[in-house]
Ligand binder design. Structure first.
Ligand SMILES: [Zn+2]
Length: 411
């Protein structure tokens, strides 16, 4: 085989193969390459200008994509330049973006594999240590993130995720319009969110935030009011409904212990049924619930109250929404359902942020969607001690999905 053919097979713009070695027993291919022509100079890694003054030259060996069955490595010449602006600097090499001994396209291949499989599996597939695969994936994701355009933040979502015993909670800030997670912070204090506002946004960006969708969690509200006073706080419907579901479950538990014998048998194991919305139940399941309700009025009332609360977000006019909520609270009278009385108090305290939805519409469910994506990643990957890595991974998930959608539209 001619060196010219190998140069074409390798396909590194500006580089020529000047020596090669094939080891048929070890199944390796080694190529020595050199930049040509050199009269154009070399690119400074600091400022990007062309520099001719070379201070030193040495060789570097990096792994590239395999050629057929042969593990392929490339030995290339690297130059230390004397740049007029930066002083002594190493040249920038497009094909080898980091200090690690791998080419960009090799890292891209690993990173792409990590998009659909766990790092451990990719490590096995490529015969690399798992820690190496993670490091490569992290660099790949950083490069992807650097290339992407940042959308303006008009509506933000703030939520917390429980990460387990060690890290406990992290705070997740997202862009509700693009559905992309923007930032992760340890813990869920006011200071946590303060840090986001302080380090991630300029004051003009903070002024441009119109609405925030948050859980009824005081520290977050306090931080938003301080840093972005113009921003309307809208309490997330999903979180409020989660509280309503918890109230139903508390009633169920109380009924279970209050009643004995046969009645207890009927309440038992109905948790999932009671937490599912009526419209999402099949006819058999509806019948099961009806049987339960015939025997236990209190369970029925709790279920109906939860179902009715859903409709609070159907109203466009603040006055109508308020009337509906008052009617809902009135239904609680004489019902002896303490968990719902507690819920009603909570709603009363956070009334303004609930009614804000009539004035400022936000996309509910985005925060929940991001939350479940992150959970999926944590369960699949295990041990994301590096929050930056987890964030980039979650952002990439959103990006690849939109790319997929865009592709489908074209096709
Ligand atoms: Zn320079």
């Amino acid at each position: 085989m001619q060196k010219r053919d190998l140069t074409r097979l390798l396909g590194w713009p500006g580089y020529r193969v000047y020596k090669y070695e094939v080891d048929e027993t070890a199944k390796t291919l080694k190529l020595w390459v050199r930049k040509k022509p050199i009269h154009r100079g070399f690119e400074c890694s600091g400022c990007g200008r062309r520099v001719h003054a070379v201070m030193a030259t040495w060789e570097r060996e990096v792994a590239d994509l395999d050629c057929f069955e042969f593990r392929t490595t490339v030995v290339l010449e690297v130059h230390r330049l004397n740049c007029v602006q930066c002083g002594p600097k190493v040249e920038k090499i497009e094909q080898v973006p980091s200090k690690a001994p791998y080419t960009k396209r090799f890292e891209d291949r690993i990173g792409q594999a990590c998009e659909s499989a766990a790092a451990r599996r990719v490590a096995w597939q490529f015969g690399l240590p798992e820690s190496t695969v993670r490091a490569i994936d992290l660099r790949y994701l950083e490069r992807c993130a650097a290339k992407r355009r940042k959308a303006p933040l008009k509506q933000m979502g703030v939520d917390e995720i429980h990460m387990g015993k060690k890290i406990q909670f992290i705070t997740v800030v997202s862009n509700l319009v693009t559905g992309e997670p923007l930032w992760f912070g340890r813990e869920r204090k006011q200071e946590t969110l303060d840090e986001f506002f302080r380090t991630q946004l300029r004051s003009s960006q903070r002024r441009n935030i119109l609405a925030a969708c948050v859980d009824m969690w005081q520290p977050f509200t306090a931080s938003i009011t301080q840093w972005a006073p113009q921003c309307k706080i809208v309490y997330d419907k999903f979180h409020i409904m989660k509280h309503a579901n918890e109230a139903v479950n508390e009633v169920r538990r109380a009924e279970f212990f209050r009643r004995g014998g046969r009645a207890r048998e009927i309440v038992k194991g109905k948790r999932w049924l009671l937490l599912t919305r009526w419209v999402n139940l099949g006819s058999h399941k509806k019948q099961l619930l009806n049987e339960l309700f015939q025997l236990n009025r209190r369970m029925m009332k709790a279920y109906l109250l939860k179902e009715a609360l859903q409709h609070l977000w159907d109203y466009t006019y603040e006055g109508a929404a308020l009337r509906y909520l008052k009617g809902w609270v009135d239904q609680l009278r004489w019902q002896r359902l303490p968990p719902f009385e507690k819920l009603a108090n909570m709603l009363a305290v956070h009334l303004d942020g609930i009614l804000n939805y009539c004035r400022t519409r936000v996309r509910f469910g985005v925060v929940e969607g991001i939350n479940s994506n992150i959970r999926l990643l944590i369960n699949r990957g295990r041990g994301y001690k590096n929050l930056r890595y987890l964030l980039l991974k979650a952002q990439r998930m959103v990006a690849t999905r939109t790319e997929l959608v865009a592709f489908r539209k074209v096709a």
